[in-house]
Design a protein around this ligand. Sequence first.
Ligand code: ZN
Length: 295
Amino acid sequence: METLPPSFYAQFTLIIGGLDSVKARSWMNATLLQLYHDGAIESGLPIPFIDGGTEGLKGNARVIIPEVTPCFDCLDYLFPKQTTFPLCTIANTPRLPEHCIEYAHQVLFVDHHHRPVDTDSGDDVSWVFNAAKARADEYRIDGVTFSLTVGVVKNVIPAIASTNAIIAAVCVTEALKLTQGIGEFLNNYLLYNGQGFHFMCTQFEACDDCRTCQQMVGQERIVVRREDTVKAWLHGMQASGREVSSIIVNGRGVYFSFNPEAAVIGLRMHEIGSDTLDVTFKEGGAKSLLLEFEE
Ligand SMILES: [Zn+2]
């Protein structure tokens, strides 16, 4: 998969995402946070990320502004883990059409063909459908259809174009408000349900131990000379009033100020083996330093 460099995104005023996975949203979120954090955006302003998503008749839209609103990952508990059915239920006490389809998919097909279902094969999916239908009839369960079988087997969530259109309109409205300064922008989460037409807005809080935004707060980009020794760098830091008392690289303590002759101090900065150093300062405080090398 080709990935655009983070700098590509720095040129935009805002970004509207219509992404199809949690992973892709999380990446976009982290990229925009990092750009702002590193001062890599020419205007100096954070780039808002307007994220829309739908699932059948339901949808949501979020406005994520780096270091202003919670980030995408702050709310990752909102995403339910992939639904799976316990095998004992689908084998012994099926109650839903999905249980019958999963049983035909996971058990009957494999027993019969001695291989897993090829979800792109029409013949395979038809076989699963017929087996599931027979099982559903046996347990007097309604609702096993061919399209549901395709959905369960391929793990597809149906997309409804009108839901997409509603969420897209919400995202564009937010873009308009943010760029034109008209009205208050969505702060920060909107949930839509087409089943009964409910809109609900919630102001979520940032998560204190968010792995993405809270870690970045303690991170600092620092320019170092490639060929400087760690010893020279430590002296330079001390001269600028930031005496380092410990350095941790990849989770291993390599330097402590009580052992000033540690092996690491003879290395060049680019030889440390990581471009992230976790340091503590004599004055107090800890930082994760992101090294940027210059000649
Ligand atoms: Zn966060």
